[in-house]
Design a binder for this molecule. Structure first.
Ligand code: SAM
Ligand code: SF4
Length: 355
């Protein structure tokens, strides 16, 4: 069976990648996502520039969705199955923190058995990975990405709001031992917070044979405290790494890949830079997102989402669901507007979208 191009948008892009958020809840309070700790407030207070922004932004009023609004595993499986029949090939289970969803390994098992998924992965903060690792692997999960923004215990706690570095490092080791391949690590870099750790994180990737991605800080935090000055541009990150390491570019035949990648000339591991703010890649975006409460988002920065629950919980059959997905994708926006005068931060934080 040939792959379908049914999920083509009006700008010539074909959707192949679906991010599935299984919960909006999280056990961390990352400073760039859910900055709800005193330390996070202090950090932003110290960076706040009243001359540039006379009015402090109003934080997004975050509420966890009630269970009745969260899709069941059967509903998620149905959306994914229909999306795969329309050409989706990559599925990533995310959140909030996906490992907080009770029985998430059962969902992974259901998704792994859908014919046509070439790549099934999960993004996690890793705190609860250890106890779930074997079950996830047995259920058919092959790839996992961990969020690791600091190797310093105090800075890790400041960034994530949780004293969880040891659990995360143990989770990464366990993923490697169990044969997850590749084990990826994501680090959001914020100027004045963890930019001094760029080299040690890269050294860690080399020593541990990890695939590390440095990500620019995007305006998706619940406090709306993002400022352009806090973004460490991808090219600065790369320049810093090139001064320290001998890096060789890794060629990619996938134009939709978000990371520019390099390998260490003298060792294992790989680093990548994802620069959505300073070098947007919207023209090649092939991603859709399904939120935990059943909404399709065509862009991280969409100001509207599309509720599938009335279809999923009504009488509609799969062909109606497929037709709705095709229609939604046709309206995918050409790109985000970060940095433009008309940019408006969405009402949903990264934790409620599914990164
Ligand atoms: N809780 C899991 C985790 O942290 O890995 C999965 C969900 S989290 C929303 C997915 C990814 O989004 C993480 O790698 C996180 O670092 C990234 N992220 C969250 N807020 C971000 C922001 N404001 N800018 C850039 N990346 C962000
Ligand atoms: Fe941090 Fe992920 Fe939780 Fe956001 S969803 S607070 S990035 S662990």
């Amino acid at each position: 069976m040939g792959r379908s191009d049914a999920l083509a948008d009006a700008h010539g892009r074909v959707m192949r990648d679906l991010r599935v958020s299984v919960t909006d809840r999280c056990n961390f309070r990352c400073l760039y996502c859910l900055p709800e700790t005193e330390e996070a407030a202090d950090f932003y207070r110290a960076k706040y520039d009243p001359l540039r922004n006379p009015q402090p932004a109003t934080p997004i009023a975050r509420e966890w969705k009630p269970k009745s609004e969260i899709l069941t595993f059967e509903e998620i499986e149905r959306v994914v199955r229909v999306a795969v029949s329309l050409g989706i090939e990559k599925v990533r289970v995310t959140g909030g923190e996906p490992l907080l969803r009770v029985g998430v390994e059962n969902l992974v098992g259901k998704l792994a058995s859908i014919e046509g998924i070439a790549d099934l992965a999960m993004t996690t903060n890793g705190f609860l990975f250890g106890p779930k690792a074997v079950a996830l692997r047995a259920a058919g999960l092959r790839r996992v990405s961990f969020s690791l923004d600091s190797l310093d215990r105090a800075n890790f706690r400041k960034i994530t709001g949780r004293d969880g570095l040891n659990e995360l490092l143990a989770g990464i080791r366990q993923a490697q031992e169990l044969g997850f391949q590749p084990v990826k690590v994501n680090a959001v870099v914020i100027r004045g917070l963890n930019d001094h750790e760029i080299e040690s994180l890269a050294e860690f990737a080399r020593a541990e044979n990890l695939s590390l991605r440095f990500i620019e800080f995007m305006p998706l935090d619940s406090s709306r405290a993002w400022q352009r000055e806090l973004v460490m541009p991808g090219r600065e990150i790369l320049a810093q790494l090139q001064r320290r390491f001998d890096l060789q570019p890794v060629a990619s035949d996938n134009p939709s890949e978000t990371a520019r990648r390099w390998r260490f000339a003298d060792g294992r591991g790989e680093i990548g830079v994802i620069a959505p703010v300073t070098e947007p890649f919207c023209g090649h975006c092939n991603r859709l997102r399904l939120t935990a409460d059943g909404k399709i988002r065509t862009c991280l920065f969409s100001l509207h989402d599309h509720d599938l629950k009335p279809l999923l919980r009504g009488e509609s059959d799969d062909s109606a669901l497929a037709a709705r997905l095709v229609e939604i994708v046709r309206g995918k926006e050409p790109g985000h507007r970060i940095g433009q005068p008309d940019f408006v931060q969405p009402e949903r934080t990264m934790s409620c979208i599914g990164g």
